[in-house]
Design a protein around this ligand. Structure first.
Ligand SMILES: Cc1cc2nc3c(=O)[nH]c(=O)nc-3n(C[C@H](O)[C@H](O)[C@H](O)COP(=O)(O)OP(=O)(O)OC[C@H]3O[C@@H](n4cnc5c(N)ncnc54)[C@H](O)[C@@H]3O)c2cc1C
Ligand code: SF4
Length: 479
């Protein structure tokens, strides 16, 4: 398993084509805007070497028998699934942000199931190919992207009817040695911190869309892949040089638009090719795994609750009954989220491939809660924190001899609480609820792994309504 330092060095060797603020970014690793997201992924490597976290952060590969980082593991039991949820909470708490490595883990697991199912129907050899790729990822302890979301153009039209056929990623050429693909993936989490990118279709498809039913993996720096990094609220604070205003000193996440400009994929890295009837299944399985992965939000919620309790104590409101009740409510919501990601793991099942999948209904219920509760937690945190979350003067004013005196005097609450500490905790609450971390904690909670309606559709499809009706009718004598 790589150490955090080896991970950083391995990224330096990649030759990614990255653009940010209108310019080509040559040194991604040391860029102050990107660096915190690299630090967050590095934590997934670092904790795997801590003896107290070994059980959660590592696993034994079913392909090679070697001990591996759990982020490269294909779940072989319910225990693996439960540990995955615990790992998400642990890392959310450690980083206070999106640590990016789960999308690749979820893509690997979804492909381990669907390649097997395609082979069973079509007599293809995708699963064998996939397992070789998995062993390669595990041996090198790679971070992989899971890239599912296409730009989608006009949402009312299927891929083949779009005025621009590239709105969904598709095959444009078939060669003896592989295929050529064109299109893009949006919102790619961890895009420029990853060694590999694993592409999957974004929606269910019909025969007319078969060129869009394609899944494959490539090195992140394969020729023709271009990354355009997304902006985040307050992102340039990371480049200001201080260490108060960014809220979270070391960690953050990032996303990017990933363009595939006629990219060649060799056959040994193609895991689905025009088997359109399996596109929907791959989407569903990946989405369920990723909905479970939102255990990360529980860990970030832990940080927000800790920050809220701290600001209450700094402000002298911690004993007020309504403040205590609000913090109880925050804990209640956060632990309810934890129940969801543990429950869908505990109720998981073995698929024909041998991989364990999560319970689809419970994973969707969990994600539906994730689309709401972090917003309510954020509302309560802002209520308790007070208006300074958004009106606090900056670090430079705090450091300036012209204004420091005023800030020290008028931002003071209790003798033993330093003004600087009060500013720091307020900035962390701002970061989580309005700043760079809110990208992951709020909007990604809403849309990541599918917008809320996608879960409602899955809930209505998977719930056993007949059984409920039977129970009700039996009790009141309807035959
Ligand atoms: C921070 C962040 C990180 C992400 N990371 C990743 C990642 O790593 N990998 C990845 O693959 N994806 C990632 N995603 C993408 C995520 O899965 C998508 O945002 C999600 O699927 C919604 O797609 P969209 O953003 O295109 O919104 P849209 O699909 O445009 O949805 C907007 C609204 O329109 C509704 N809508 C859309 N289409 C229809 C329709 N046909 N009929 C009726 N209503 C419709 C939706 O229900 C929703 O309410 C990430 C997203 C975010 C915000
Ligand atoms: S949002 Fe959470 S589940 Fe998704 S990649 Fe980031 S940390 Fe992992």
């Amino acid at each position: 398993m790589m150490t955090a330092e080896q991970y950083e060095e391995s990224l330096r060797k990649l030759n990614l084509v990255v653009y940010m603020f209108g310019e080509r970014l040559r040194n991604v690793v040391d860029d102050p805007i990107i660096r915190p997201s690299m630090n967050a992924v590095a934590r997934t490597y670092e904790l795997a070497h801590h003896p107290e976290h070994e059980d959660i952060m590592t696993a034994v590969s079913h392909v090679t028998g070697n001990r591996i980082n759990r982020f490269t593991h294909v779940h072989q039991s319910i225990d693996d699934l439960v540990k995955k949820s615990k790992m998400g909470r642990l890392l959310g708490m450690e980083t206070g942000c999106c640590f990016q490595r789960c999308v690749g883990m979820d893509a690997l697991n979804a492909l381990s199931i669907v390649t097997y199912d395609i082979d069973a129907k079509h007599g293809t050899k995708y699963n064998e190919r996939f397992l070789k790729y998995l062993a390669y990822v595990q041996k090198n302890d790679f971070t992989c992207d899971g890239a599912m979301t296409d730009p989608k153009g006009d949402r009312s039209l299927p891929p083949h009817s779009q005025p621009d056929p590239d709105q969904f990623l598709h095959v444009v050429d078939e060669r003896k040695d592989g295929i050529v693909v064109r299109g893009a993936k949006c919102h790619q989490t961890g895009a420029v911190n990853s060694h590999e990118i694993i592409v999957m279709p974004t929606i269910s498809m019909r025969e007319e869309d078969r060129d869009y039913a394609v899944s494959f993996a490539l090195p992140g720096d394969a020729q023709g892949i271009v990354y355009v990094v997304g902006r985040q609220s307050c992102d340039t604070r990371k480049a200001e040089g201080g260490n108060i205003d960014q809220g979270n000193l070391s960690f953050g996440g990032h996303e990017a638009l990933v363009v595939f400009d006629n990219v060649f994929v060799p056959w040994d890295r193609v895991f689905m090719y025009r088997e359109y009837e399996f596109a929907g299944r791959l989407v569903e399985i990946f989405a369920s795994y990723h909905r479970q992965s939102y255990a990360c939000k529980v860990g970030v919620g832990d940080v927000l609750i800790g920050a809220t309790q701290t600001i209450a104590e700094y402000n002298g409101t911690e004993k007020a009954s309504h403040i205590r009740d609000k913090i109880v409510e925050m804990n209640h919501l956060n632990e309810t989220l934890y129940c969801g990601c543990i429950a869908c793991a505990s109720e998981g099942q073995r698929e024909p491939s041998g991989t364990y999948s999560v319970n689809t209904l419970l994973a969707n219920v969990h994600k539906q809660n994730v689309t709401r509760f972090p917003y309510e937690l954020s509302r309560l945190a802002q209520d308790v924190a007070g208006g300074l979350v958004v009106t606090l003067p900056g670090e430079k004013d705090f450091r300036s001899p012209d204004t420091r005196e005023w800030l020290e005097k008028y931002l003071k609450t209790k003798p033993h609480v330093s003004t600087e500490d009060r500013m720091r905790i307020l900035r962390l609450i701002e970061n989580l609820t309005l700043g760079t971390a809110a990208v992951g904690y709020l909007t990604e909670s809403m849309h990541g792994a599918g917008s809320p309606q996608a879960q409602r559709i899955m809930i209505s499809r998977t719930v056993n309504m007949k059984e409920k009706q039977k129970a009700a009718k039996k009790l009141c004598g309807i035959v």
